[in-house]
Design a protein. Structure first.
Length: 213
């Protein structure tokens, strides 16, 4: 399994393309907002020679879903996220207006994902973790064979998710970090929704927001 990161849109969101050995690919949080960004993605996918299998959302804040409608319309692939995130997804257009962003709403989920569910991406095990606090239905995707965690906006290098947004909650986020995220091995690589990759161990020892966890 290979991971490719595209940093896109005014919020510098990380869109991930994961490519398996059998020329299959999966997208996490398509945040494309311009034609140039869409063309970068097309070129990357062409370079890998892989066929897209699905779109997986960590959560539905506007900067993570700007490209959902385009990618599904273009590639005719299914969309997955948590049912608890539906309320955020359905109100994304209102956030787009507030932020001055152009947004074309995408379809609703093909199927909801649930805590503890195990997916198979080209034979690679993917564990679905429900990690609320930044948003109510926030998910993270953990690949135990690779020791990769796609954390969305729960954990960043040197920071944590914004807990002052509507439907966010500090205590819930701290509980999530302690019981779902920091319990993973120190050498697990964290691929966040913004910023550079990190590891669980690095954040345990250096992240100032986690000293009370």
């Amino acid at each position: 399994m290979r991971v490719h990161r595209l940093t896109v849109n005014p919020y510098q969101e990380n869109t991930y393309l994961l490519v398996g050995e059998a020329a299959q690919a999966w997208v996490i949080d398509p945040g494309f907002s311009t034609e140039e960004e869409r063309q970068r993605f097309i070129a990357l996918l062409h370079q890998t020679g892989a066929q897209l299998q699905g779109v997986y959302l960590t959560h539905a804040h506007i900067d993570h879903i700007l490209g959902v409608a385009w990618i599904i319309q273009t590639y005719r692939i299914p969309l997955y996220y948590s049912e608890a995130e539906e309320v955020v997804y359905k109100h994304a257009g209102e956030w787009a207006l507030l932020m001055g962003l152009s947004y074309n709403p995408g379809p609703l989920a093909t199927r909801y994902l649930e805590e503890g569910e195990e997916l198979s991406w080209g034979g690679e095990r993917v564990q679905v973790l429900h990690v609320p606090g930044h948003s109510p239905g926030h998910l993270a995707y953990y690949l135990p064979q690779q020791k990769w965690l796609f954390s969305g906006d729960v954990l960043f290098q040197g920071s944590i998710g914004n807990y002052e947004l509507p439907l966010a909650d500090y205590d819930t986020l701290m509980h999530t970090l302690h019981h779902k995220v920091l319990s993973l091995d120190d050498d697990v690589a964290v691929w966040p929704g913004h910023g550079e990759p990190t590891t669980i161990g690095q954040e345990k020892h250096t992240n100032p927001f986690l000293r009370r966890v």
